[in-house]
Design a protein around this ligand. Sequence first.
Ligand SMILES: Cc1ncc(COP(=O)(O)O)c(C=O)c1O
Length: 404
Amino acid sequence: MNSKPRISMRDKHMQASPIRKLVPLANAAKEKGVTVYHLNIGQPDIETPREILDAFKKIDVKTLAYSPSQGEAKYLNTLVKYYEKVGVKGLKTSDIVVTMGGSEAILFAMMAVCDPGDEVIVFEPFYTNYNGFAVMANVNLVPILTHADDGFHLPSSKRIEEKITSKTRAILICNPNNPTGTVYKEKELEMLAGICKKHNLMLLSDEVYREFVYDGERHVSALALEDISDRVIVLDSISKRYSACGVRMGCVVSRNSELMNLIVRFAQARLSSPYAEQIASAESVHITDAHMNEMIEEYKMRRDIVYEALEKIPHVICKKPKGAFYVIAKLPIKDADKFAAWLLTDFRHDNKTVMVAPASGFYATPGHGGDEIRLAYVINRAHLKEAMSLLAEAIKQYHKIESK
Ligand SMILES: Cc1ncc(COP(=O)(O)O)c(C=O)c1O
């Protein structure tokens, strides 16, 4: 017998992340001395607050041991205080499980709510890695399209209910939204609460960008939906909030004790979240409002730079984002995947180029997003201005190449 070792069917379904799949091309360009501005990934250049960095230096233990599976008490208490401050009152530490990033929180929530083959409704475009977690958990994402014309707000309850089948277990939202920048209104959340109650569904709310809202918008946490408090699962992370992506600190929050009991057992299976990272993250309780406000103001200025630049590029369609730090833009080109690769392999201006995420991977419906890109405004303003001029020039050149 000379047959190949068998690997799972997930090999067929697991996408390469559109945020990361072009990294080898970017590295090759950099090796040739080309400057690459990264607008492809939500990795902010903003410094992690001193409170967290200093706490790492102060850790003085002889053994870096496992933590309790649910999380270190000190960090859980910090999280309860944090939620109280953002208006979520009365949470208990038992309503929270610390996870390795928001990423593990998403996977735990899907696995806690769904059996293999069950369905979760999502609004496209959506955070691309939901696709990956759905494949890992054997869950089918059922996408409902949202549109730039109305700011990618939620469709009517009728359109959502049409997608509900006997397999539907949950609705998954991201608020504020990656990749659209939409901040959902309270009445939209109430509509979802009504649907979840009527059809016996859970509401999974990814709120990792909670602080990043602009232009007087107000973020409403799903944890405020008292009427369905046993159906709400919030997925959270400090990666973006405190510019601490490498700390890998997230959490699952729910007032449904039966569900949390299952999530604790998932957490026990992977033993513990990292100890030092939790001790350091516990110090986030001392980060001031002034620090947070300064960071939000900085993102708003970056948002304005990106949006104003996009508005000036002929035939680009996009909506001004109201939150998070991304924008989806429809380009006057046919194939954004090829365009994103060409930016790294061919396009150069003063020996510089820009890296973007092609948007098709942010959709589950084949054929959607093929002419769109997602930009992350996470680099400093001077570089961002330069990156946007490069993008404008590149679109002009590529448009000519495609029309030949
Ligand atoms: C919407 C959303 N949810 C979750 C995550 C996962 O974040 P992390 O695992 O770094 O906490 C990200 C990261 O970009 C995100 O954009």
